[in-house]
Design a protein around this ligand. Structure first.
Ligand code: NAP
Length: 240
């Protein structure tokens, strides 16, 4: 198989997703930059003008038909998928605590950040299994670290509870997927990119998107025998 890989990034129209796409394409891979809106093709056009090998795909991760169409299209075009970065995510309850969390925010957050990456992987992993090669990166957050949540002071009401739950569950999904897929040379890891200046991270975040994309890109291109079923930040394994 050639060294050039086919990579799919969700939510690649801006922020970390766009930068992960750029860094993977700069390594010579063909990157499918997916977005839930047609306007996301502007972002792919921008990278194409930088001379990078990218294509745009419409994919609302919460839309089952979009997931099925994406699978069919990738199979028809390339007959394989090598890298999947589950990057699309929402943070809807930044200032809420659990007792005041609107049910709609809870459901939409779990749907987008946990259930959709799980289902997308379920549908796309067969395109990796048949070539016995795959790298799956679930973009998580230390806000979902059970270790960190348990270590917070006893009386502190932690904000963003739906986001925390969704990333803690995504971490558990990562462990389950890694175990199920390890016989196929498919490595599945979760990563916290750090606090990054994006629409979600805000202007005060210390890291640029270039810095935030580094560990996800490293995990997306792990060599044979690399780690699987682990949680990383700053290129180092961290506790769940
Ligand atoms: N920034 C940080 O400090 C930080 C820290 C830890 C983890 N993360 C994680 O990093 C990932 C990327 O976040 P970001 O900081 O780059 O935020 P962002 O700039 O807000 O980007 C989020 C991306 O997800 C997309 N998205 C949301 N719902 C979607 C759906 N249903 N279908 C397809 N795409 C959808 C958004 O699309 P639209 O443009 O259409 O809304 C956007 O492209 C997220 O998983 C986030 O939780 C970020």
């Amino acid at each position: 198989m050639s060294d050039k890989k086919i990579a799919l990034i969700t939510g690649a129209n801006k922020g970390l997703g766009q930068e992960i796409a750029r860094q993977l394409a700069r390594q010579g891979h063909l990157v499918i930059m997916s977005s839930r809106r047609e306007s996301g093709s502007d972002s792919a056009d921008k990278l194409a003008t930088e001379g990078l090998n990218v294509v745009h795909l419409l994919l609302d991760v919460n839309n089952r038909d979009d997931i099925l169409s994406a699978k069919d299209w990738i199979e028809e075009e390339f007959n394989r998928l090598d890298i999947l970065v589950n990057n699309a995510g929402v943070l809807m309850d930044r200032d809420a605590t659990l007792s005041e969390l609107p049910e709609s925010d809870l459901r939409m957050t779990l749907e987008t950040n946990t259930i959709s990456p799980l289902l997308l992987t379920q549908h796309l992993a067969p395109l990796m299994m048949k070539n016995r090669y795959g790298r799956i990166v679930n973009i998580s957050s230390t806000m979902g670290s059970l270790n960190d949540m348990a270590a917070s002071p006893p009386s502190s009401a932690l904000t963003a509870p739906a986001y925390r739950l969704s990333k803690a569950a995504l971490n558990a999904v990562t462990i389950l997927q890694a175990k199920e897929l390890c016989g196929y040379n498919i490595l599945v890891n979760a990563v916290c990119p750090g606090w990054v200046r994006t629409d979600m991270g805000g202007l005060n975040a210390p890291l640029s998107v270039e810095q935030g994309a580094k560990t996800p890109v490293w995990l997306a291109t792990l060599p044979e025998g690399g780690p699987t079923g682990k949680f990383f930040r700053n290129m180092k394994e961290i506790p769940w």
